[in-house]
Write a protein that binds this ligand. Structure first.
Ligand SMILES: [Mn+2]
Length: 351
């Protein structure tokens, strides 16, 4: 823990930090890179880059260098497959001499034996806001202004003058493009590092790796929900809002999202699950409209009228309520959708 004071006020890429990282990678035989649960392309891309670095510095004959997480996202799984890389997927991984947290700001994002952690060399490489995890770290390389951990790792490569091989650069680019929401959040620094990494790599390939084919049942749910869609227009002053209502037996959230993506300003999709005696409603709207009506608040109100529970974010929200035994399904769907429409209209007109 000797470096904390020195690091805190410093530039994360200060040569003291980079030298310390090199020294740890060089000397320790066993290194564990830990990513948060449901590891995304940024966490895994960063860990793959760091693992490559650790391997290139390590002086030992048979170093044990592992990337571990308790789960990976579907997208990450596809990228790993494409790059022919693999990571350990396990709860409570064996903690090695070095435990390096990647893209992971606090201990509640991992499943580890915290008592066994304290006698390890702990490194944190991240771009989220620091938490008290930094208090137990030997080395902290956190750049809260970086849009991704992959951007930080790429900057470390650049700093120590190593040009990573193509598959590592591909992994880093996937992480950068993923965490910047396909470059919407990219900064000047992001574009600089992309131009450094992208040599001989097609950007279309990166975009392709980050596109997820939705499964068959989801596609069908979307198509059916759209074919049953009922449209209403609600006026507020000069503004017109298109409200889309529909129902689906599954994937209601993703159906509502799809309806907004093809043109509705707001969408409500209800799913009645007779077997579970449950009614679920998912709502999505455009950002502009969410400034007028907070969907989380709206769904909370609608839920109360159905004796259920609701809530969520300004642009994405939902509710659950009981479905009375023996009630007619079609009428229930109609009733719930009407309630959504009327409640939304009331809320909008109040503004
Ligand atoms: Mn990240």
């Amino acid at each position: 823990m000797n470096n904390i004071l020195k690091n805190e006020n410093n530039n994360p890429y200060h040569s003291d930090n980079i030298d310390h990282l090199k020294k740890l990678f060089k000397e320790k035989n066993n290194i564990l890179f830990l990513c948060h649960h449901n590891a995304d392309p940024d966490a895994i891309g960063g860990a793959l880059g760091l693992k490559y670095l650790a391997n290139s510095f390590n002086k030992n004959k048979n170093p044990n260098i592992i990337i571990s997480t308790n789960s990976v996202s579907k997208l990450t799984r596809n990228i790993l497959l494409e790059l022919n890389e693999s990571v350990e997927i396990v709860n409570y991984p064996k903690l090695l001499d070095i435990v390096c947290f990647v893209d992971t700001a606090s201990l509640n994002q991992v499943m580890i034996d915290e008592n066994k952690l304290l006698d390890k060399n702990i490194i944190l490489i991240d771009h989220h806001k620091k938490t008290d995890l930094v208090n137990i770290c030997d080395l902290v390389i956190v750049d809260e202004n970086s849009t991704s951990v992959c951007e930080i790792v790429a900057n470390i490569f650049k700093k120590i003058n190593i040009y990573p091989p193509k598959n590592i650069r591909t992994a880093l680019l996937c992480g950068i493009v993923y965490d910047t929401k396909h470059l919407k959040l990219a900064t000047e620094g992001t574009f600089n590092i992309i131009s450094w990494l992208i040599k001989d790599i097609s950007f279309q390939k990166i975009l392709y790796l980050l596109t997820q084919e939705s499964d068959e049942s989801k596609k069908l749910a979307h198509l059916k929900a759209c074919s049953r869609m009922e449209l209403h227009t609600i006026k507020q002053g000069n503004q017109k809002y298109i409200v889309a209502l529909s129902n689906s037996s599954s994937n209601e959230a993703s159906c509502a999202k799809t309806m907004v993506s093809i043109g509705a300003d707001i969408a409500f999709v209800v799913a009645v699950r007779k077997k579970d005696k449950e009614i679920r409603v998912s709502a999505r709207c455009r950002k502009q409209l969410s400034k007028q009506v907070h969907l989380g608040g709206l769904m909370e109100k609608i839920a109360k009228k159905l004796n259920g529970r609701g809530g969520g974010h300004a642009e994405a929200a939902g509710l659950n309520a009981n479905f009375e035994k023996g009630a007619p399904k079609d009428e229930t769907i109609k009733k719930v959708l009407n309630l959504c429409l009327n409640s939304f209209e009331k809320e909008l007109i109040k503004k």
